[in-house]
Write a protein that binds this ligand. Structure first.
Ligand SMILES: *Cc1c(COP(=O)(O)O)cnc(C)c1O
Length: 346
């Protein structure tokens, strides 16, 4: 391994047994509906998340935007936390693809209060000025490193059902959430109508995500996926990796979470560092420097010279992400390198 890469779990390359499964995949043309490996992945995925149907999509953002595009009519309104990936990191796509207005609620850790949602629900015939609400979006695990509890999920779902609104779950890291909560993933997905999750992050697939929901919803989404240019041909090579992700990689995520805890504890021993232990639920460690004189750009460069890749601060926070390729010894090297940097630059 040339680099210790803590920028994200999206950087995970494929272990050899995953490459073998890809190499040996039986494929067809999935736009004609006859790629057996894609069909197998979609059936497996729908079973695991407890939904009638599932669809293989090129990326997580694609799956989220396809979901909005399928659930919502143009000009309608989606209630969502303003920190969610759909708002913060998808280039404003929902205004272009689904043509919806996002009604954002301030929530840095992604927890929406049912009462705050209820206040914002608007109806078709209520007032000539109002758009009508078409969807509620939630995110679990949340990008802040937080995991929504089952109680929080359930309260949101209940208010949605009271007004007959669908709930879409951005579950890019849903298996990290279920690992953190120590429950079956179906216990989470029963509080949503559609769910997107990534095969490509901590689950080590090279490419791909899943959108799951009712049969009717997925049939509609399949056609809209084609419209968005997401009809893939011999996608079985990618689906084969996704099957390994679901069968094998979902079971080992606790290791990444334990490594994140170890990393957090070691980092927090450094006097200049404050770790955010409240949002230490999955494979991400967030921390800040309590000393303003630290040049984080110089830190990024210093790490790179030592074959460690990290991102610079975002919104005042550093984020280190653990994954399949990060082991004990790497964590110690990272912490020691950080200590060296601090002592050299003081
Ligand atoms: C990564 C991520 C996505 C998008 O996935 P891509 O495959 O990078 O498009 C969506 N939501 C959340 C919460 C994510 O972390």
């Amino acid at each position: 391994m040339k680099f210790i890469d803590l920028r994200s779990d999206t950087v995970t390359e494929q272990p050899i047994f995953m490459k073998e499964a890809m190499f040996n995949a039986e494929v067809g043309d999935d736009v004609y509906g006859d790629d057996p490996t894609v069909i197998k992945l979609e059936e497996l995925a729908s079973k695991i998340v407890g939904k009638e149907s599932a669809l293989f999509v090129p990326s997580g953002a694609f799956g989220n935007q396809l979901s909005l595009f399928t659930h919502c009519s143009r000009g309608s309104e989606v209630i969502i936390a303003d920190s969610n990936h759909i708002i913060a990191h998808e280039v404003g796509a929902s205004s272009i693809i689904a043509g919806v207005q996002l009604r954002a609620i301030d929530s840095p850790n992604g927890v929406l209060k049912a009462s705050e949602i209820e206040k914002r629900v608007r109806f078709e015939n209520e007032d000539i000025h109002f758009p009508s609400t078409s969807l509620i979006c939630i995110e679990n695990a949340h990008s802040s490193g937080n995991v929504l509890t089952i109680k929080e999920m359930k309260e949101i779902y209940e208010v949605a059902k009271k007004y007959n609104l669908p709930v879409h779950l951005d579950g890019a890291r849903i298996f990290n959430a279920s690992t953190a909560l120590n429950i079956d993933v179906k216990e989470i997905t029963k509080y949503c109508d559609s769910v997107m999750f990534c095969l490509s992050k901590g689950l080590c697939a090279p490419v791909g995500s899943i959108l799951a929901g009712s049969k009717e919803f997925i049939n509609k989404a399949r056609k809209k996926r084609k419209l968005m240019g997401g009809g893939l041909r011999q996608a079985g090579f990618l689906a084969a990796a996704g099957i390994v992700s679901l069968e094998e990689m979902t079971k080992r995520l606790k290791e990444d979470h334990d490594n994140a805890k170890l990393l957090a504890e070691e980092l927090n021993k450094i006097p200049e560092i404050d770790v955010d232990f409240n949002n230490l639920k999955i494979n991400m460690v967030f921390f800040k420097f309590n000393d303003n004189s630290i040049d984080t750009k110089a830190l990024v460069n210093y790490f790179l010279e030592n074959n460690i890749k990290i991102n610079d601060v975002e919104n005042g926070l550093m984020r280190f992400v653990t994954h399949y390729w990060i082991k004990d010894e790497h964590i110690h090297k990272v912490v020691n390198t950080l200590k060296e940097f601090l002592s050299e630059t003081k």
